[in-house]
Design a protein around this ligand. Structure first.
Ligand SMILES: *Cc1c(COP(=O)(O)O)cnc(C)c1O
Length: 461
């Protein structure tokens, strides 16, 4: 199976090409040429998360690796998790469970996608005898998960821009306390958008690269991250009801990568009732699902900072596959003037949404209330991102028929201020987070300007 761009001008790519390239040359996002279909009977026989991954991942990698090679790689891909089977499921009550995706080394679900990405990056670099630079900006958990996933691979140097702003101290310290010769956290005096612009420029100019060196993107548009996330939807369905009944998944959403993975799993044959798209005040997706209005607004800072986005980059994949039935010309047209012009599609086309999607926007106040409610009623502590998804479920309860799974995307201990403000006392801080808090921060402080940052990378490359 090969891959192609949602905008139709960058096609017939292998898995490895898509992995190393990230964004398609025409500005679109890569998609598999078809949806591989799972054999439910086979899945029902499987036990562990890695078993599931060994079945799912090779469906996407055949153009570059043999299935055996990939299965070997997957034996060692996910590491430093505190749960033996990586994921825990907590039953809130008979109709609702929480899928805890935060038991990895950086205590957020991004470890699933980024550890898989790093393992494949490294395999490819070894095979081709090349090195790589990972370059990205982060407003929350992406940077720490990328740094952690790549830090043991000597062929990869990571340069991550950390903007001033809303991330928690632990989130920042997870990047600035690593202290490895191939890890370069940069405290950039600017906003996330300033940093994003510099990263974009870096990818178009590539002035700091050596010959034979890759520049790798770790943002959520990389297809390999979606694959890692597809695996846990199948795993959850297997554990909850042996894939016998459709489930609802409530997903705290920013860039739409996690939601898209759920959609992808359903296209591959996972039984699914509804996907609940739960967002904070940054509600571009909610405005689309409710009013057919996909228009960019300025970002507001919330207590769920990893969902503070103005546009949801992975949404283009859904637009292309679900609404436009894979019409890449139509997709290119819609996105050619976006975001200066907002996206509104045919009403009839937009009506399809109700088959599969529900959406809710939850403000900070309701997020605090939700954290409190689950703490008091069920003695369960949620981080603010998870609490957004949980509150969405409370709002939609009447409309859901089957069991609902809330995705817990971060460990509550990552957001101590939010817990304090909600009046929740949390005694369980995972060992790895405790360690991070005690360590000294080492990071370069630089102006958020192309010159200073590109020079710094060149000097350390
Ligand atoms: C990244 C992140 C999200 C949003 O995920 P998307 O795939 O961008 O929608 C939600 N919660 C946490 C804790 C995150 O780190």
């Amino acid at each position: 199976m090969l891959f192609h761009s949602t905008r139709g001008k960058d096609n017939n790519k292998t898995f490895e090409e898509v992995l190393m390239q990230g964004l398609a040359d025409d500005g679109g996002l890569f998609m598999p040429d078809n949806w591989p279909k799972v054999d439910i009977k086979h899945l029902q026989e499987l036990k562990t998360f890695v078993d599931v991954a060994k079945y799912i991942v090779p469906m996407f990698t055949k153009s570059s690796y043999s299935d055996d090679e990939v299965r070997d790689l997957l034996d060692n891909t996910w590491h430093n998790f505190s749960e033996e089977d990586l994921i825990k499921i907590f039953d809130i009550n008979e109709t609702t469970s929480v899928l805890e995706l935060f038991h990895g080394p950086t205590a957020a679900f991004k470890d699933f996608g980024l550890q898989l990405a790093a393992a494949f990056f490294n395999k490819t670099l070894q095979k081709q005898n090349k090195t790589a630079i990972v370059f990205g900006a982060t407003s929350g958990d992406t940077g720490s998960a990328a740094i952690d996933a790549c830090k043991e691979f000597e062929l990869i140097k990571s340069f991550i821009l950390i903007p001033e702003g809303n991330m928690s101290e632990i989130q920042r310290k997870q990047m600035t306390t690593v202290n490895k010769p191939n890890v370069f956290p940069i405290l950039a005096s600017g906003t996330f958008d300033d940093c994003q612009d510099i990263v974009k420029k870096g990818f178009s100019e590539r002035t700091f690269l050596k010959e034979d060196q890759y520049l790798l993107a770790v943002n959520s548009i990389n297809w390999v991250r979606i694959i890692g996330q597809i695996c846990y939807y199948f795993f959850a369905s297997l554990k909850v009801n042996k894939l016998s009944n459709p489930l609802n998944f409530s997903v705290p959403t920013g860039n739409f990568g996690n939601v898209f993975a759920c959609y992808a799993a359903s296209k591959m044959g996972m039984p699914l009732e509804k996907i609940i798209v739960a967002v904070n005040d940054n509600d571009i997706l909610d405005r689309f699902f409710r009013n057919n209005d996909y228009s960019k607004r300025t970002v507001s800072e919330t207590i769920s900072p990893s969902m503070d986005i103005s546009v949801a980059s992975n949404f283009e994949r859904l637009m292309y596959d679900f609404y436009l039935s894979r019409d890449s010309e139509a997709c290119a047209r819609l996105y050619s003037e976006f975001p200066s012009q907002s996206i509104k599609i045919d009403d009839e086309m937009w009506q399809k949404s109700v088959d599969l999607f529900m959406s809710v926007s939850i403000d900070d106040n309701s997020t605090y209330n939700s954290m409190n409610f689950y703490n008091k009623e069920y003695d369960y502590i949620m981080d603010p991102h998870t609490a957004v998804a949980a509150d969405a479920v409370n709002n939609l309860r009447e409309e859901l028929r089957n069991k609902t799974i809330i995705l817990a995307t971060a460990h509550p201990a990552k957001f101590p201020n939010a817990l304090k403000n909600a009046g929740i006392k949390n005694d369980s801080i995972p060992h790895n987070l405790k360690e991070v808090l005690a360590k000294e921060e080492i990071a370069e402080k630089l102006d958020a300007s192309e010159n200073s940052i590109f020079n710094y990378i060149k000097k350390n490359n």
